[in-house]
Design a protein around this ligand. Sequence first.
Ligand SMILES: Cc1cc2nc3c(=O)[nH]c(=O)nc-3n(C[C@H](O)[C@H](O)[C@H](O)COP(=O)(O)O)c2cc1C
Length: 342
Amino acid sequence: MPASGGPSPALAALLARGALLAPLSGVTDLHMRRIARRLGATATVSEMVAAEDFARGTEEARLRAEGEGVLPHVVQLAGCDPHWMAQGARLAEANGADVIDVNMGCPAKAVTGGQAGSALMRDLDHAERLLAAVRAAVAVPVTVKMRLGWDDATRNAPDLARRAERLGYAAVTVHGRTRQQFYTGRADWAAIRAVARAVTIPVVANGDVASLEDARACLRESGADAVMIGRAAVGRPWLVGAVAAGLAGETPAAPDSGARAELAAEHYDGLLALYGTRMGVRHARKHLAAYADHAGGLSAPERARLVTTTDPDEASRLLRRAFEGSPARSAKQAARPEHRAA
Ligand SMILES: Cc1cc2nc3c(=O)[nH]c(=O)nc-3n(C[C@H](O)[C@H](O)[C@H](O)COP(=O)(O)O)c2cc1C
């Protein structure tokens, strides 16, 4: 990877027809990324890390940027101040980040209210200053994740991507919705094509990809180099690797029900170790719910207990049971890993 900036051939090769795990705040913690990567995801991206908090050394930001055992380690930074974004990028690089990704897509009011995330797409000159500051701060490749634009009247992703390319950014990711859409409607994969046409660096298409068929259609419609999968991978982090294998023309080797149960248990135990039992139990609940829902083996009262108990042993027992309860469905899923779950 070039030390002086500019597009990275290594990154381009990595991304070609790849499938990446998307950054999901509060979800794509260290252990989810480790599991997804081990099971074949082309790459994973950290939860967004508030650059100023990270540079000032807060514990939450440190945990979000943790990447031990994840290679390549991509840290996503969010913020609106070029100074703090550069500081955060320097620290992430010093701590071992292989790639810095800049968040210009988050629609949450708490983020856009501070003029970060997708609010940066309302002022591309400011966005460009911020991108330049991050680029200048580090030697590792830098990438940016954006939406199609702020709203339908200002679909300026191609312009932003061109600016990023001129600054030496190595790749861009585009979620096929505007900020004003939040998560409504369907992602517009064809609209991402305008970005793919505007730049020569790799483009990663994102939004509503939940299966190998979706990934193929998304690449066909968008002209992008790779896909990024977010919500569909919650509760089944093996999905991203199965899609990556399918895109590469290999037979997706998704784990069977027993192996899935072990991976879910590994994820849960990892979170308890990473965050401590009290915080870990709470943080893990969305994962437990998603694992249980995909596995399908719990009754409604058991599921409710799984996501409310503060006893980690009870949660572990229920989690195991979720995978034991529906052998027929699990076997079907194992045989057809690339298909959308019901
Ligand atoms: C709970 C949640 C958290 C998210 N957090 C981030 C984030 O930290 N950084 C980011 O760039 N996008 C974030 N996103 C957006 C996703 O990365 C992705 O662009 C979006 O979910 C569309 O992809 P999907 O349909 O595959 O989920 C988040 C989305 C959700 C639902």
